[in-house]
Design a protein around this ligand. Structure first.
Ligand code: SF4
Length: 302
């Protein structure tokens, strides 16, 4: 889910002596606090398999469409994390910061083993910081076979895992996949079905169902709610989110994320209509009010 930060991503592909596209092997700086330093797909070998072979590999979960990756601290879960952003999303959030993740075809084909080699490389960092792997998007559950292999591979290496999802495709998450997850970052974009539809173009119910299923499995949940003035800030809408979240016993924190305009240029670059042109970031008083609404339901808010 690309709701929290703007990520400059496009990497200029180079070519090696054989003419195969390669990406620069720069290792990204470890991000601090909420500052991100995306590496695009730098350092990951991009698969050159034939089209039909690629489809077969994708179906088997050996190959995924990857938008970018980055190493971050204190976002996307505890500790220092390798966050992998997969391409493709069924939602069309008006405030999406990375609309270039919406289409799967815009991603780079990357083998799961390639990503797991990178997970392996940072194992010591994860162990020291209490971090791990976070699979994000776009919507990672657009590529369930690939995510399943990625999570299994991380667990086999003793690495903690997190899934950052809207929950809309929660039905794609198998029980085995859920068993390989230590944390779910669940984006609840609205509590009112009409508002949810307006924000995302889709229905709210699958998210509610998935959150209940994750909680019933005992897996920890962090809920994320993006606060957009004039769109998601209605008192009743926030109350509906808070009431729902309070029923999920494994929620350990709620993050209220104030809307900002940092993704705006990308919409324009992609030739997509950006409807929040005139929407301002919420005033501190509004952010406080919404956080208090969640706290009033006994929730821990960040
Ligand atoms: S459109 Fe998809 S990727 Fe963008 S914010 Fe919504 S759920 Fe996240």
């Amino acid at each position: 889910m690309t709701t929290t930060a703007f990520r400059p991503t496009e990497q200029a592909a180079q070519r090696d002596r054989c003419g195969a596209p390669i990406v620069d092997l720069t290792v990204p700086v470890v991000g601090g606090s909420s500052v991100r330093s995306s590496a695009g797909t730098a350092g990951l070998d991009v698969s050159e398999a034939e089209r039909s072979e690629r489809f077969a590999q994708m179906r088997a979960g050996e190959l995924g469409s990857v938008h970018s990756w980055e190493l971050v601290t204190a976002v996307d879960g505890p500790g220092t994390r390798l966050t992998v952003f997969l391409s493709g999303c069924p939602l069309r959030c008006l405030y999406c910061h990375n609309p270039d993740t919406m289409e799967m075809r815009r991603g780079e084909p990357v083998l799961v083993d390639e990503l797991l080699a990178r997970v392996e490389r940072y194992r010591a960092v994860f162990a020291v910081t209490g971090g791990g792997l976070t699979v994000s998007g776009g919507e990672p559950l657009m590529q369930p076979a690939f995510v399943s292999r990625l999570l299994r591979g991380a667990k086999e290496r003793g690495v903690s895992t997190a899934l950052d999802t809207s929950g809309y495709l929660g039905a794609h998450c198998s029980d085995a996949m859920l068993g390989d997850l230590d944390l779910v970052l669940l984006d609840v974009k609205s509590g009112d079905p009409d508002t949810y539809r307006r924000v995302t173009g889709r229905e709210l119910q699958p998210t509610l169902d998935f959150g209940r299923r994750v909680a019933a499995s005992g897996t920890e949940i962090w809920v994320r709610f993006v606060l957009v003035p004039g769109l998601t800030d209605d008192v009743e809408n926030v109350e509906a989110v808070a009431r729902y979240v309070a029923t999920l016993p494994t929620v350990s924190r709620v993050e209220v994320l104030p809307f900002h305009q940092m993704g705006k240029d990308k919409w324009e670059q992609l030739g997509m209509k950006y409807e929040l042109e005139d929407t301002r970031a919420p005033e501190p008083e509004l952010v406080d009010r919404v956080r208090e609404q969640f706290r009033a339901h006994g929730l821990t808010v960040h």
